[in-house]
Design a protein around this ligand. Structure first.
Ligand code: NAP
Ligand code: ZN
Ligand code: ZN
Length: 347
């Protein structure tokens, strides 16, 4: 077995603390990655605090993983020792259901093995994530990194990047599409960069007026404060597509009325409590309310290559392992520009 150091939560109410564990020895198709950086996604916080239910402890969170390959199994084809590599939100899937065959493993109808807070296909080994020094992963579930940007700026692409890229592609965003990004956090700031790179006319809808200058620096064309109570009327029938990245409960109905006829509002954020949807905002303009989950391996690779071509990386604040708990508190307060990346050499 391979000895690994990391940080884990022992319960829904404990802070994260140092934790040593073992990873499997390499199988023929496995690669060993020495993790350089791991992003802190708000989903890590939801799961550590068991806000979605079903959390497993000890939990080593982290699914925005980048590092360098330090060992390869004898049947590995796509990675060599020294290559940069990434791991996102899952490390295996059933590989045989229709979704897996359509390269949409994230919607696997069998067993999607998430990078942490799950069990391997053997039915017993817990999965531990990227708040750690090393990870072993089947090369089919690892991503190649061609970008010239520093690795810490690539890490958040593995979740925040693909989670926003996938719906922008699914709903055919192109030059001139009017896109609204609701919530300017880790996902939101990637959504702005990606939608701008695709040529969209991008508005940030934010409950934090002080983020206006940042939104514009990120490339957004407009900034709309969601504090204004008549937003639904002022921007009625305005957007082709809204990506809702908000992590806390909020009223969706007001935002629905800002969507054009046949337009779509896509839920990406997963607030712990559900919200009421009124029928009229949907019915009156044949609007659609949809959801979207991360992206498949093929699409994640496409997104990484798109970001490499367009020099897109996340805006990150690099922290050491000792700062993880403070980073959680700061993320909850919206005090991060716009993603924390843990320096995994500090475990
Ligand atoms: P984040 O960095 O904390 O950003 C969330 C943003 O939501 C904040 O920056 C803030 O934007 C807004 N917000 C927070 N509290 C609010 C409140 N009380 N009222 C109104 N707005 C509030 O989180 P993230 O990492 O981007 O993740 C966002 C959500 O997406 C989380 O729920 C996460 O679990 C989920 N997620 C889903 C997927 C998926 O596959 N669908 C993947 C990853 C993450 P403003 O200050 O601009 O208003
Ligand atoms: Zn995530
Ligand atoms: Zn499957």
């Amino acid at each position: 077995m391979i000895q690994v150091k990391g940080y884990a939560a022992q319960s829904a109410t404990s802070v994260l603390a140092p934790f040593s564990f073992e990873r499997r020895q390499l199988g023929p198709k496995d690669i060993l990655i020495d993790i350089a950086y791991c992003g802190i996604c708000h989903s890590d916080i939801h799961q550590v605090k068991n806000e979605w239910g079903g959390s497993r402890y000890p939990m080593v969170p982290g699914h925005e993983i980048v590092g360098r390959v330090s060992k390869v199994g004898n049947q590995v084809n796509h990675f060599r020792v020294g290559d940069p590599a990434g791991v996102g939100c899952f490390v295996d899937s059933c590989r045989s259901c229709p979704s897996c065959k359509e390269n949409e493993e994230q919607y696997c109808e069998g067993h999607l093995v998430s990078t942490y807070n799950n069990i391997e296909k053997d039915g017993k080994t817990p999965t531990f994530g990227g708040y750690s020094s090393k990870i072993v992963v089947d090369e089919d579930y690892a991503l190649r990194i061609a970008s010239e940007l520093p690795l810490e700026r690539i890490a958040p692409l593995l979740c925040a990047g693909v989670t926003t890229y996938s719906p922008l592609k699914q709903w055919n965003v192109e030059r001139g599409t009017r896109v609204g990004i609701l919530g300017l956090g880790g996902l939101g700031h990637m959504g702005v960069k990606l939608a701008v790179a695709m040529g969209a006319e991008v508005s940030v809808l934010s409950h934090s007026p002080h983020k206006e200058a940042d939104a514009r620096k990120l490339g957004a064309h407009h900034f709309i404060s969601t504090q204004q109570s008549n937003l639904g009327e002022v921007f009625a029938n305005h957007f082709d597509l809204i990506l809702d990245t908000v992590s806390a409960p909020h009223d969706l109905n007001m935002y629905l009325s800002t969507v054009k006829k046949d337009g779509t509002m896509v839920l990406l954020g997963v607030p712990p409590e559900s919200t009421k949807i009124a029928a009229f905002p949907l019915i009156l303009k044949r609007r659609r309310l949809a959801g979207s989950l991360i992206g498949g391996i093929k699409e994640t690779q496409e997104m990484l290559d798109f970001c490499a071509e367009n020099s897109i990386g996340a805006d990150v604040e690099v922290i050491s392992a000792l700062e993880i708990n403070t980073a959680y508190e700061r993320t909850l307060k919206g005090d991060v520009k716009y993603r924390f990346a843990i320096d995994c050499k500090t475990f």
